[in-house]
Ligand binder design. Structure first.
Ligand code: FE
Length: 161
């Protein structure tokens, strides 16, 4: 994990855009240390594949893409609060989409150049779990589209908050 982080930091430092650089203080927030075997046992194969191996669920298959209840979406890896249902909208992508995170400090952004694309991966700042990507074609007021795998999240209904 630390090797990956170091690689990440190196790649992003080479970009001429300071917004891609991870401050050291941000890296220290990743405070959950588990072995891959522990993650696999805790999450099960599907969530492990997405959260820890940066995979993606097929569109229109996740349990939350068409989910409309009031409440909070939390990280399926560590329970950190990520998105409020008030910021969820129908993007048509087939994945749960939000125009804002609960807090900027909840999400870590990483440049993702896989598959010949330039994308911004989003990860849980607390456990480093892969969530999805953020794009700049979202609605007002932010113009952002946080495109998130259902398997990366659990839902806490508002009445149980
Ligand atoms: Fe997490």
């Amino acid at each position: 994990m630390m090797l990956l982080l170091a690689f990440d930091f190196t790649v992003r430092s080479q970009q001429n855009d300071s917004s891609y650089q991870i401050p050291l203080s941000e890296m220290k927030q990743i405070n959950i240390q588990k072995s891959e075997a522990e993650w696999l046992e805790e999450l099960g194969p599907e969530k492990y594949r997405i959260l820890r191996q940066c995979s993606t669920e097929p569109p229109f298959t996740g349990k939350y893409y068409n989910h409309k209840e009031d409440g909070t979406y939390v990280c399926a890896g560590c329970g950190a609060q990520l998105f409020d249902s008030d910021t969820k909208y129908e993007s048509g992508s087939g994945w749960p989409s939000f125009f804002a995170a609960i807090g900027k400090d909840k999400i870590r952004e990483v440049l993702d150049t896989s598959y010949g694309m330039m994308r911004t991966e989003i990860k849980c700042a607390k456990c480093d779990g892969h969530l999805g990507h953020v794009f700049t074609d979202g609605p007002p007021p932010t113009g952002l589209r946080y495109c998130v795998n259902s398997a990366s999240m659990d839902f806490v209904p508002a009445k149980a908050k």
